[in-house]
Design a protein around this ligand. Structure first.
Ligand SMILES: [Zn+2]
Length: 319
């Protein structure tokens, strides 16, 4: 077999690149930018740890390779509960448990309730003056709040698997930000605001996402009919491995028909995360953060998580 045929076979055998939630690129970018919206009293603690906050933006997704219960925290299949969307879903976790049982809730996702719980934990960490815990919770809360802004995290057809659009999840939340974010998106959100009613804020974010899911799916379906498959996909080298991905032309065309949706949801994530961190700090009584110390992150634990993510198998569906 000549080298060209070998390359062709390698192309055909190469698995499609499977994207992770918001793409690791976007999650890291979002967490990092949120730090710059904080007031100086918080910046003094968050800014020196910005590399950790950036890196840990993806920890919850990596944890899905070691913890079965992790997956449900990243989404809510709003449409599972019927129309009109959200009408039947109790906002309180205990009411939802009574109405639907823990099994059902875990199965169709617990994202908004988990966010509320994390806010309580972050506020408590600020009150306790526990620098290590503040950093970990703030970084991870950033991840879940980012997920809450992604339309396909609020919809059971989360990867287009029900409509022949497999891969759309990564196209929207990974491919577009990676290819077009840095050159064209305006991420500036201004200074973090205080959220008066956290529960209704969280549900508002998830509702907006769920309502946009139909547009995300419909526009890609329409676009795909105009693009033959060989123009929709391209092979590219990533870290020495040939992977199949959406072509640049197709990604740009999808971005064009979506308008500023991806940019808007990314910017919204940045603003929401900064506002959550700020709100938790205010609710904790605005404790001074300038003298907080942290226990250096456990590098071995981070490496272990990385290795599980790279070589392991995810416990539930891909997001
Ligand atoms: Zn996620």
């Amino acid at each position: 077999m000549n080298p060209l045929s070998l390359l062709l076979v390698a192309c055909l055998l190469a698995p499609a690149q499977i994207a992770k939630a918001w793409g690791f690129f976007a999650h890291e970018r979002i967490n990092r930018l949120a730090v710059f919206s904080l007031p100086p009293e918080m910046m003094v603690f968050f800014k020196p740890h910005i590399e950790y906050i950036t890196q840990q933006a993806t920890a919850p997704d990596k944890r899905r390779y070691m913890l079965a219960a992790e997956g449900a925290r990243h989404y809510l299949d709003a449409d599972h509960y019927g129309q009109p969307l959200f009408a039947a879903i109790p906002r309180s976790w205990s009411d939802a448990l009574v109405k639907f049982t823990a099994d059902t809730l875990q199965r169709y996702g617990i994202l908004p309730w988990h966010l509320e719980k994390m806010m309580a934990q972050l506020t408590a960490a600020f009150q306790a003056g526990d620098g290590t815990r503040i950093l970990r919770l703030a970084s991870e809360l950033g991840h879940y709040m980012g997920d809450a802004h992604v339309p396909l995290h609020a919809c059971s057809n989360h990867n287009g698997q029900l409509t022949g659009q497999h891969g759309i999840h990564g196209l929207w939340e990974s491919r577009i930000p990676e290819l077009l974010g840095d050159e064209g998106f305006d991420y500036w959100t201004g200074r973090a605001g205080y959220i008066k009613n956290m529960r209704s804020f969280i549900w508002q974010v998830v509702t907006e996402s769920a309502l946009a899911a139909d547009t995300v799916l419909r526009l890609e379906k329409k676009l795909s009919l105009r693009f033959p498959a060989d123009q929709r996909y391209a092979y590219e080298l990533r870290k020495g491995v040939l992977v199949r991905n959406y072509s640049a032309a197709y990604t740009k065309a999808y971005q064009h028909v979506l308008g500023d949706m991806v940019e808007r949801r990314m910017r919204g994530s940045v603003a929401a995360i900064a506002a959550c961190w700020y709100t938790a700090w205010v609710d904790a009584g605005q404790p001074p953060l300038n003298l907080l110390t942290i226990i250096q992150p456990d590098k071995l634990a981070i490496q272990r998580l990385d290795s599980l993510w790279r070589h392991g198998k995810i416990f539930d569906r891909e997001h």
